[in-house]
Design a protein around this ligand. Structure first.
Ligand code: 5RP
Length: 233
């Protein structure tokens, strides 16, 4: 099975296993999580899912929900009341303890908000996302207010990180997030403490959020190249 197939298998499998009518859902971002939204939309169209209320973690997800007619709300809306039953999202890396690096699509701020607001959390990935150690292969995004670009970069370097300003594609200059910030992608050469760093990075003035997700452990749905779906709690 190719990578697209693995992503679709994971996304559809998680929806079939976990999503029930009437749920308040957090819908993630990216090329794997989009299969979650599509599967929910298709089940709604067939009349097999009813009463879904959703929070979209990015503009990409909003657009996909609009295509399928999935009702969207602000987390502050009375229909959601700041809490979700279930959030399903993709990841850039997942370690053996189900801790994550996220934010490859630049949506980490809303993704973390949805994850931590949710009673249950699930990840949908293809097998390439499973790693022994976080932060060594895929860079960890740090969302920063633009004025803090240099001061935060210096602090990150003191922590042993290499720092790269995320550049936009088909637009000159940096990526600007949906919240008007920039992204510093950081990479470490040595073993790190992801839980410690998740807290420490957010204490640097000017940092809005970072891509370590260590305090909530998801159920992980992995599409495998042999065509099987692995579920790991
Ligand atoms: C977006 C994310 C994505 O979930 C993550 O980058 C994985 O994306 P993909 O499934 O396309 O590999 O965190 O901010």
């Amino acid at each position: 099975m190719d990578q697209q197939g693995m992503k679709e298998l994971a996304g559809s499998g998680a929806v079939d296993a976990l999503v029930k009518s009437g749920m308040k859902l957090g819908l993630g971002t990216g090329s794997t999580a989009i299969h979650v939204t599509r599967r929910i939309g298709a089940l709604m169209a067939e009349g097999k899912l009813r009463g879904i209320r959703a929070f979209a973690t990015s503009f990409q997800t909003v657009l996909e929900c609009e295509k399928w007619g999935i009702p969207l709300y602000s987390l502050n809306a009375p229909e959601l009341g700041g809490v979700l039953d279930l959030c399903i999202d993709g990841a850039d890396e997942i370690d053996t303890e189900n801790r994550l690096v996220k934010g490859g699509g630049g949506a980490l701020l809303m993704e973390k908000l949805a994850a931590y607001a949710s009673a249950a959390y699930a990840m949908v990935v293809d097998e390439s996302k499973l790693v022994e150690q976080l932060g060594l292969k895929f860079p960890v995004p740090v969302e920063v207010i633009p004025e803090a670009r240099l001061t935060v970069s210096l602090e990150l370097e003191k922590l042993g990180a290499e720092v790269f300003l995320r550049e936009a594609v088909r637009k000159a200059g940096p990526v600007i997030t949906e919240h008007g910030n920039i992204l510093l992608d950081i990479r470490f050469k040595e073993r790190i403490d992801p839980a410690g760093l998740e807290a420490e990075l957010n204490h640097i003035p000017g940092v809005v959020e970072n891509g370590f997700f260590t305090r909530i452990r998801p159920t992980v749905f992995t599409g495998r190249s042999d065509g099987t779906l692995e579920i790991r709690k």
